[in-house]
Design a protein around this ligand. Sequence first.
Ligand SMILES: O=C(O)CCC(=O)C(=O)O
Length: 264
Amino acid sequence: MDIDGAVRCIREDGYAVVPDFLTPDTLDRLRRGLRPVFDDIGSRMDKEHGQQTVHTHNLLDKTRAVDEVLVDDRLLALIEAVLGPDFQVSGVAAMRPGPGDRRQRMHQDDGHYPIPRPHPPLIVNTLIALDPFTRENGATEVVPGSHRSVDRVDQDTPTVSVEMPAGALLLWEGALWHRGGGNSTADEYRRSINVNFNLAWLKQRENQFIGVPPEVVVEMPEKLQALIGYKLTNFGLGTVDYRNPIETVKRRLAETTGASTAAS
Ligand SMILES: O=C(O)CCC(=O)C(=O)O
């Protein structure tokens, strides 16, 4: 995998595609593992945006199928090359625009953070394609280079549709203007896993400490625990009694389990 080339594209254009990110076996495993999640995804009508996909958020509470891609060393090396060593998972979701779903409004993912622009990268967002992304089925639309602009981008600014094969990885910098495309096909669903990373000293988009239950967290490999926030950041941010919060989670769980065993 050409990590340097991908990082250069993210810096210059705001986004990059790694076409052969998943092996056919991994792609197949992810599709099978996520079938129950995708089967549940639908669309909803809303007055302002019309018919749009309902994304499934807080995915780490709903399935273990995506753990293996989150801790993939190649993915983490790419994120580290843009954000530096101190980053975390900010949110994990499953997305599946279906027939008739309209495109999203153009937006930037780092709009949560009221920091004057331009600023260094705060977020790298990713989509792992479980189906081919085509202009027709809702491929992500980007405005190349817009991550360097301090001005807002109009909704009718020309975009590039990021078409890519199943198994590819799309990465973009949080300041890039983009949107999920509309799906004009009669019967194609565009499945993807969305993993959003941000700097570890920023608040996560989705609260992983509450979202992922303690009994699930303690069973995760340390690398994944650290990725979702159970680590010490910038000399001690996020500690409990100056220690890694995972220790508190484990102790409380042991106390609860001990208490319920004693009572029974
Ligand atoms: O589905 C996509 O292509 C992008 C999704 C996105 O940008 C979002 O939901 O905020």
